[in-house]
Ligand binder design. Structure first.
Ligand SMILES: [Zn+2]
Length: 348
């Protein structure tokens, strides 16, 4: 993993990344990544933040992924890094658990509706962070997104900070609506436009992610691949939950019904969902963590307890083989039945 950090950004972002490297020698106080929604700006900004804090970045500027600084960063525990975003994003991203710094906002989130705005308290709380000396590289980084979620109070508080930038602090703002930002904030930021991927790159990536009708989804979302993927996944969520329901409660009596109901769903997608399920079971067993289906953690746990690591490894291998033939299946129903029965056989 440490060897190929180029996968830390999306395939269409490499030119942007190379262009960004020219800023490294003289980092601005604040930089604004802007561009269409759903092209991966936040992930790109996070990789930049990590690489700025990294103790031994690679020549092309990627974070090494293995130094102490990278370790803290990846666990959301870097002492010189703060992420500021609306509360609602913490609720949506359940897999981001374990963020100690945001414990306070989480507590309040449980008692009332999570805010869609970046509140003034969040911006004010940066003052303490910026007043203590840095732990490692002498630099601290604040990532704030989406910047259009600043309300007028928090925008003004941020502006005050940007007007008198604390030494050694890099502000990274991300926005797909820079027209909604205060002009005075805009003028304090080095603007960095991010490119829309070429249709070829976007389609290739969507195909890798098992999106059927990729071209149609992409067109609907203005060429933004992440937005297209999310929409496609939302639409197929019902089918996915039907499949996961059976995987979570293995019942031979349900196999025929489920296979019939899913026969119109693209087979590679079904195989991918099952692979992710198996991967989560395996990972839960080995490391106690789930990656793809955090919302199903209790059900995954119950199933993982019934199977051995060896069984799961074998099931993953079978699923990979199944994926290789998924495109050539003559009957969708038979294929699905076969796949489900093989899974059920794990339970004896
Ligand atoms: Zn590193």
């Amino acid at each position: 993993m440490a060897n190929d950090m180029s996968e830390a950004i999306y395939p269409w972002q490499h030119e942007d990344w190379d262009r960004l490297q020219r800023l490294r020698d003289r980092l601005p106080h604040a930089i604004l990544f802007h561009g269409a929604q759903g092209i991966g700006k936040v992930g790109f900004a996070e990789q930049f933040a990590q690489s700025v804090l990294c103790e031994s970045p690679a020549k092309v500027g990627f974070a090494c992924g293995s130094c102490a600084s990278c370790g803290w960063f990846l666990q959301y525990g870097h002492p010189d890094y703060r992420r500021v975003r609306p509360e609602i994003l913490d609720i949506d991203n359940m897999e981001d658990e374990g963020e100690s710094e945001e414990g306070a906002t989480k507590k309040s989130a449980s008692s009332k509706t999570p805010s869609k705005e970046i509140r003034i308290e969040q911006v004010r709380s940066l003052a303490g962070f910026m007043n203590v000396s840095t732990h490692r590289s002498g630099l601290r980084v604040v990532l704030l997104y989406p910047a259009e979620a600043l309300n007028s109070a928090s925008a003004n508080a941020l502006l005050k900070t940007l007007e008198e930038p604390p030494p050694g602090t890099l502000f990274i703002l991300v926005s797909h609506r820079p027209d909604r930002l205060l002009p005075t904030i805009l003028s304090r930021c080095r603007k960095f436009p991010m490119s829309l991927p070429s249709p070829e790159d976007a389609l290739a990536w969507l195909n890798d992610n098992e999106v059927s009708d990729a071209a149609q989804w992409l067109a609907l979302h203005g060429g933004a691949p992440l937005a297209a993927l999310m929409a496609a996944e939302d639409e197929s969520a019902g089918d996915r939950e039907l499949l996961l329901g059976l995987l979570a409660k293995p019942d031979a009596a349900q196999v025929l019904t489920v296979a019939e109901r899913l026969q119109k769903t693209p087979i590679p997608l079904l195989v991918a969902w099952q692979q992710r399920w198996l991967y989560d079971l395996f990972s839960l067993k080995l490391s106690g963590r789930v990656r793809y289906y955090p919302q199903h953690q209790p059900r995954l746990k119950a199933i993982a307890d019934r199977l051995s690591a060896d069984q799961l490894q074998q099931a993953l291998r079978d699923a990979n083989n199944r994926r290789a033939v998924a495109d050539h299946s003559l009957s969708a129903r038979l294929f699905i039945e076969d796949m489900l029965l093989a899974y059920l056989s794990l339970f004896g």
